[in-house]
Design a protein around this ligand. Structure first.
Ligand code: MSP
Length: 635
């Protein structure tokens, strides 16, 4: 039985909703999985959610839910994300599932029986957001070196995994398997980390409950990373279905983000070694996305919502952009301007145009029937050569997870054929009445579209399928695979074509900008009506008792008062004469603005303002309960 190509994404924490980071790994893994299936390989593609741990327990408590209720609620977002982005995973694991509990406990027992788990006491630091144990030396300014957040001091009984015993063995493995950690720069980082010395790893906690209990000692729950990493074994059938496990494990590749490399390239292989299990063939750490040049964070409000991107710009467009824009393994910057740029230039201009003009010409010249070609000219042969070379680069690139290079190779074909259409000028050939040549040319364009659409399928499954419809091969399962690209001419002449809707409409940036500007203007208007808290705190308000009051001569409106404000008295002229008699005011406790610049009203200085609520026809002083001392600040 042939070995399965087994690919995994990290399992996502359920204390967050899906963002571009989650979408990125899932899309990359999906492309790799679809590519292998297209190449005829057996594939097992796993994703899922990481549901245990202190963080989730705490988040659930804050929401008044049980941890499982929280997980049940949040997991649906991640399942929806898979559906939305067309992720073709074969399994979705949740670490709260029973099947997983059994595997984690068996793994724990196996290592314990092998003598590499022992009970002792942990006394050091812990970063809850990263669920990571840290030494004093690792802290930077007393914070977690990875997420820069506060850490807590732990002192508790704990089971330890004897990771230190595997230092040499792991270094040897990395050296003997240059493909094990990728990209190369990351491999070097890991090697340096190991060479600093591996400590035994605390693998249980006693201060919370939401986790898998240690076998025979349920005061302890198993450390969340030990639990989480084991998901890769559970889904492969470890300790449950030996035959399937042997055909599936070891994983061909764990795709992860660079922040969780240490867990996958140090903790995980040593745990597997201790359990006597083979190591994954490859751990590939991709880079991180920033957004418009800034780190993505909830507090900055710049978190990219993959659901919104897919709705606004198209699922395939979003998938394409993420894998085209940045070499896998490097950090990249996301902006809608860059996304629109790619859609308009690569998809609408290059690919959309090629498809559209080829199908239109076939419609115009041959009633939408793929014509029968004749012999090729050396120039035609050159296109075949370009296609063949591009296909080789494509395969090599996808085998090494260089997604952007694979896309480049497809665009090499697209651009070459577009140029060749201009150069071979079929419209002239038509005018010259050279039908034989015209048929050969149109067939060549259509056949190259078959290459392009099959090669694009892993990246843009929906659009490729629509292209297959247009070039009439949607039901021809024999040629919808990579093997069929080994031989030119598999598109059957006389196939009926069907011109469809524009696959990649241009995004009108002017309209978009206008929309955005209008939106910003409205926001600005709304904002104009606000003052900031800083503005508000400039106003000093105090409670005061009116001790004296008299009318200002010759004024219907103004009353002069003396207000007691605790340590001082102020003369305040108030425009309340139409609604109050001076005598009614004496003894009232009111709110006074005490830091207004003094002004003169009908020649009398007013050193503040008394607040009142009013309309055109009524006015009421804002008064305060008697039990507030005069001079008390009002906030
Ligand atoms: N639960 C752990 C993984 C356990 S795997 C046995 C975890 N979960 S996570 O939900 O926090 O992160 C999942 C993935 O998202 C990680 O691979 C992380 O690198 C990735 N990303 C988070 N933010 C990201 C970006 N801004 N850009 C790209 N990927 C990022 O860690």
């Amino acid at each position: 039985m042939s070995r399965t190509f087994y690919i995994t994404t990290p399992i996502y924490y359920v204390n967050d909703v899906p963002h571009i980071g989650h979408a990125y790994t899932s899309i990359a893994a999906d492309v790799a999985a679809r590519y292998k299936r297209l190449a005829g390989e057996k594939v097992f593609f796993l994703t899922g959610t990481d549901e245990h741990g202190q963080k989730v327990e705490k988040a659930a408590k804050e929401k008044g839910e049980t941890p499982l209720q929280l997980a049940d609620r949040v997991v649906s977002h991640f399942i929806n994300l898979c559906n939305k982005l067309n992720i073709s995973n074969d399994d979705f694991i949740r670490t709260s599932q029973d099947r997983h509990k059994k595997v984690v406990q068996t793994l724990f027992k196996t290592i314990e029986e092998n003598g590499d788990i022992y009970l002792s006491e942990y006394e050091d630091w812990y970063c809850t957001p990263c669920e990571n144990f840290l030494t004093e030396k690792q802290l930077i300014n007393n914070k977690c070196p990875d997420c820069k957040r506060d850490v807590e001091k732990l002192k508790e009984e704990s089971y330890f995994f004897r990771m230190s015993a595997y230092e040499e063995k792991l270094l040897d493995h990395i050296e003997q398997n240059p493909e094990f950690i990728q990209p190369l720069s990351k491999r070097n980082e890991v090697v340096s980390f190991i060479k600093e010395g591996l400590r035994d790893l605390s693998i249980s906690r006693t201060t919370f409950k939401w986790g898998i209990p240690v076998p025979n000692n349920d005061r302890h729950v198993i450390y969340v990373w030990f639990d989480a990493l084991s998901n890769y074994l559970t889904a492969a059938g470890c300790y449950i279905d030996e035959e399937r496990f042997n055909n599936t494990w070891p994983a061909s590749v764990h795709l992860i983000g660079k922040d969780i490399l240490r867990f996958h390239a140090v903790y995980w292989p040593t745990i597997l070694m201790a359990a006597g299990l083979p190591l994954p063939e490859k751990v590939y750490a991709h880079g991180w996305w920033t957004v418009d040049g800034e780190k993505m964070s909830k507090s900055l409000g710049n978190v990219v919502d993959p659901f919104r991107m897919a709705d606004e710009y198209g699922v395939d467009q979003f998938r394409y952009f993420l894998l085209r824009e940045v070499p896998f393994g490097l950090d990249g910057d996301f902006s809608t301007a860059a996304l629109i740029g790619r859609i308009n230039s690569d998809l609408a201009n290059d690919l959309g145009n090629l498809l559209n003009r080829s199908i239109s010409m076939a419609e115009k010249y041959f009633d939408s029937i793929a014509p029968v070609p004749s012999e090729l000219t050396p120039e035609d042969e050159n296109i075949l050569k370009i296609t063949k070379d591009a296909l080789n680069v494509y395969k090599e690139s996808l085998d090494s997870l260089s997604f952007n290079k694979a896309l480049d190779s497809i665009w090499e074909i697209i651009r070459s054929v577009n140029r060749y259409i201009d150069h071979s000028a079929p419209w002239k050939v038509f005018k010259e009445d050279n039908e034989k040549r015209l048929k050969t040319l149109i067939y060549l364009y259509l056949e190259s579209l078959r290459y392009i659409s099959v090669m694009l399928y892993p990246f843009m499954p929906e659009s490729s399928t629509k292209m297959w419809e247009q070039i009439g091969i949607i039901d021809d399962h024999q040629i919808l695979n990579l093997k069929s690209l080994e031989r030119w001419g598999q598109l059957k002449p006389e196939t009926a074509l069907s011109k469809g809707k524009l696959l990649f409409p241009r995004i009108d940036t002017a309209k978009q900008k206008k929309g955005k500007q209008q939106q910003m203007e409205t926001t600005d208007k709304v904002l104009e009506n606000y003052i900031s808290i800083d503005d508000f705190s400039k106003v000093e308000l105090k409670s005061g008792i009116i001790r004296e009051a008299s009318r200002v001569p010759k004024s219907e409106k103004l009353i002069k008062t003396m207000v007691e404000l605790g340590t001082e008295s102020r003369q305040v002229v108030a425009g309340i004469g139409k609604y109050y008699e001076p005598d009614d005011l004496i003894g009232k406790q009111v709110v006074v603005v005490t830091n207004l610049k003094p002004v003169k009203l009908m020649g009398i200085e007013s050193q503040g303002m008394i607040l009142a609520a009013g309309t055109k026809n009524s006015l009421n002083l804002i008064t305060i309960d008697d039990n507030v001392e005069p001079g008390t600040v009002v906030r």
